[in-house]
Design a protein around this ligand. Structure first.
Ligand code: PGA
Length: 255
């Protein structure tokens, strides 16, 4: 049984003060939801304060990015050990990082390895652009991102990570994929590639999320699909009631 997983990717939103207010709003609702893994991924400056606010709860904290090197002359970067001081999770290879900050399958792979070595759970993002989608290249792109991003990993390590399939055309557009479209790619391509690479027993253990315009009103539909184990939520994670509703939908999907 894969435990449902919902993560909120706040992106570059909320000052520390605003972040604290949002967490205060989220806490009662999130604490009432017990059976799913729920993770907040605020910007770096808020990690310390939020880690204190959620101490003693089972709510998880994640960073949105990190460097793969341990330390050194990498101005503006944050090392795995610095993330680990506050977090148990880290988002790796989000499409915005790939698009605006030159992340490649190789840097994603280096970060995944560094995260696992540090005992962090990587949330590895994959997904195709609208052009790739319209050209019928979705399967090829997603498979490549999964296999290259997880290159050289053992099955033992692979089962520890979480993958998020986020079609880029669905991110922040309000135009989510249909639950069937998401299930087809997640089940056949993502889990299928994982099964080919790590064996079906391992592939069955790996949580795979859908991301892209998930909100309170459409979440249950995604979670009802057999291969979709949760969601990576952007815009709707900035509103306490929406994010709580999504987590409740995930809890409601447990059979
Ligand atoms: P969205 O973003 O929910 O605002 O579409 C999802 C993401 O980028 O992770």
């Amino acid at each position: 049984m894969r435990k449902p997983f919902v993560a909120g990717n706040w992106k570059m939103n909320k000052t520390v003060e605003q972040a604290s207010l949002l967490v205060a709003d989220l806490l009662p609702g999130l604490q009432a939801i017990q059976k799913i893994e729920r993770v907040l991924c605020p910007p770096f400056p808020s990690l310390m304060v939020i880690s204190q606010m959620i101490a003693g709860t089972d709510i998880g904290l994640g960073a949105q990015n990190m460097h793969w090197e341990e330390s050194g002359a990498f101005t503006g970067e944050v090392a795995p050990a610095m993330v680990k001081e506050f977090c148990d999770y880290v988002i790796v290879g989000h499409s915005e990082r790939r698009q605006f900050f030159a992340e490649t399958d190789q840097t994603v792979n280096a970060k995944v390895k560094a995260a696992l070595k540090m005992g962090l759970t990587p949330i590895v993002c994959v997904g195709e652009t609208i052009t790739e989608n319209e050209a019928g290249r979705t399967a090829e792109i997603v498979q490549r991102e999964v296999l290259e991003g997880l290159k050289d990993l053992s099955s033992e390590d692979a089962v520890k990570l979480v993958i998020a399939y986020e079609p880029i055309w669905a991110i922040g557009t309000g135009k989510a994929a249909t639950s069937q479209q998401a299930e087809d790619i997640i089940g056949k391509i993502v889990r299928g590639s994982l099964a080919d690479r790590f064996g079906s027993e391992s592939a069955e253990q790996i949580r795979i999320l859908y991301g892209g315009s998930v909100k309170g009103s459409n979440a249950a539909e995604f979670f009802g699909m057999p291969d979709i184990d949760g969601a990576l939520v952007g815009g709707a994670s900035l509103k306490a009631d929406e994010f709580i509703q999504i987590c409740q939908a995930a809890q409601g999907s447990i059979k």
